[in-house]
Write a protein that binds this ligand. Structure first.
Ligand SMILES: *[C@@H]1O[C@H](CO)[C@@H](O)[C@H](O)[C@H]1NC(C)=O
Ligand SMILES: *[C@@H]1O[C@H](CO)[C@@H](O)[C@H](O)[C@H]1NC(C)=O
Ligand SMILES: *[C@@H]1O[C@H](CO)[C@@H](O)[C@H](O)[C@H]1NC(C)=O
Ligand SMILES: *[C@@H]1O[C@H](CO)[C@@H](O)[C@H](O)[C@H]1NC(C)=O
Ligand SMILES: *[C@@H]1O[C@H](CO)[C@@H](O)[C@H](O)[C@H]1NC(C)=O
Length: 250
C-alpha cells in the first residue's frame, strides 16, 4: 500500500536534492596555465557529484559535447584547434564555469594561470615558457617595456599581492640555444577588489521556494491523513462497546 513519506524523510531527500542538484561542477587545469604552447600536455579535471547509476562525466568544448567520459581529460599534445571554452558536468551537478584554453605557436610564451582580469590582492604567477621546454637562459620579464626582473636561469615571476600598479603589458625574453627570443606581449588588468558578485541565482531561489511549497503540502497532507485514520479507527471501535452491553437486553 502507498503511504505518504513522513515530513522528516522528505526533508532529508529534498535537502540532499538541493545540494546535489544545484552545485556546479568544478573544472581545473593541470598544470594550471590557461595559455599553453602547441605540443604541451594538459589535463582537465572535473569534480562533481555522481549518481549511483551514472559515473560518467560530460565534457563540452566550444559548446559541443565531446566523446570524453572520464573525470580526467588528458590532451597529450595540444593543437591550436584544442583552444577554446571547456565546461564539464556530472549526473548530479550543474555545468562548471567555463575555462578558456589558449594554444599558441611560438618559441616563448608568457603563461598565466588566470585570464583576463585579476583583482587587487590576488597573487599573479607569470612563467616564461619555452616550446618543448627547451632550456632558456638570461630571462628578463618586462613590464610596460621596462625590465622588471632578470633570472640567469629561467624562473617564474611571482607577484604575491597584486595592486593596480601591476596592470599593463608584459613580455619575456631570453636565450634559447644561441638565439635571443621574445614572447608576445600579454596585457594584465588588476581591477578593484570587487565585492562578491551581486548576481542573484534566480533559478536556485525559485527551486528552493518550490521545494518549500511541496514540503508544506506534504506535511499538511501527512497530518490530515493521519488524523483521518485515527477518526476512522475510533468509529470502527464503537460497535464493539455496543455489543459488549448486549447481554443486558436479553
Ligand atoms: C563507471 O563504472 C563502471 C562499472 O563500475 C566502470 O566499468 C567504468 O569504467 C566507469 N566509468 C567511468 C567513466 O568511471
Ligand atoms: C574552439 O574555439 C576556439 C576559439 O574560438 C577556436 O580557436 C578553436 O579552433 C575551436 N575549436 C573547435 C574544435 O571548435
Ligand atoms: C596587499 O596590499 C594591500 C595594499 O598595499 C595591503 O593593504 C594588504 O594588506 C596586502 N595584503 C597582503 C596579504 O599582503
Ligand atoms: C602606484 O603608483 C603610484 C605612482 O605611479 C604611487 O604613488 C603608488 O604609491 C603606487 N602604489 C602602490 C601600491 O605601489
Ligand atoms: C635580446 O635582444 C634585445 C634587443 O632586441 C636586447 O635588449 C637584449 O639584451 C638581448 N638579450 C640578451 C640576453 O642578450
Amino acid at each position: 500500500m502507498w503511504r505518504l513519506l513522513p515530513p522528516t524523510a522528505l526533508l532529508l531527500i529534498v535537502s540532499s536534492g538541493i545540494r546535489a542538484g544545484l552545485q556546479k561542477a568544478v573544472l581545473t587545469l593541470h598544470p594550471e596555465w590557461v595559455r599553453v604552447l602547441q605540443e604541451d600536455s594538459v589535463t582537465l579535471r572535473c569534480q562533481g557529484t555522481y549518481s549511483p547509476g551514472d559515473n560518467s562525466t560530460k565534457w563540452y568544448h566550444n559548446g559541443t559535447l565531446t566523446s570524453q567520459q572520464d573525470p580526467s581529460y588528458f590532451i597529450g599534445s595540444v593543437k591550436v584547434k584544442d583552444s577554446g571554452e571547456y565546461k564539464c558536468q556530472t549526473a548530479l551537478s550543474m555545468p562548471s564555469d567555463p575555462v578558456n584554453l589558449e594554444v599558441h605557436v611560438g618559441w616563448l610564451l608568457l603563461q598565466t594561470s588566470q585570464r583576463p582580469e585579476f583583482r587587487e590582492g590576488d597573487p599573479i604567477r607569470l612563467k616564461c615558457h619555452s616550446w618543448r621546454n627547451r632550456p632558456v637562459y638570461k630571462v628578463t620579464y618586462l613590464h610596460n617595456g621596462k625590465g622588471k626582473k632578470y633570472f640567469h636561469k629561467n624562473s617564474e615571476l611571482y607577484i604575491p599581492n597584486a595592486t593596480q600598479n601591476h596592470s599593463g603589458t608584459y613580455f619575456c625574453r631570453g636565450i634559447i640555444g644561441r638565439n635571443n627570443k621574445s614572447s608576445e606581449t600579454l596585457r594584465i588588468i588588476v581591477g578593484d577588489p570587487i565585492s562578491p558578485s551581486t548576481f542573484l541565482p534566480w533559478h536556485q531561489i525559485t527551486f528552493c521556494l518550490l521545494i518549500g511549497l511541496l514540503f508544506t503540502i506534504d506535511t499538511v497532507l501527512y497530518f490530515s491523513v493521519q488524523r483521518g485514520l485515527q477518526r476512522s479507527t475510533a468509529v470502527y471501535e464503537e460497535p464493539k462497546l455496543y455489543w459488549s452491553k448486549e447481554p443486558e437486553d436479553k
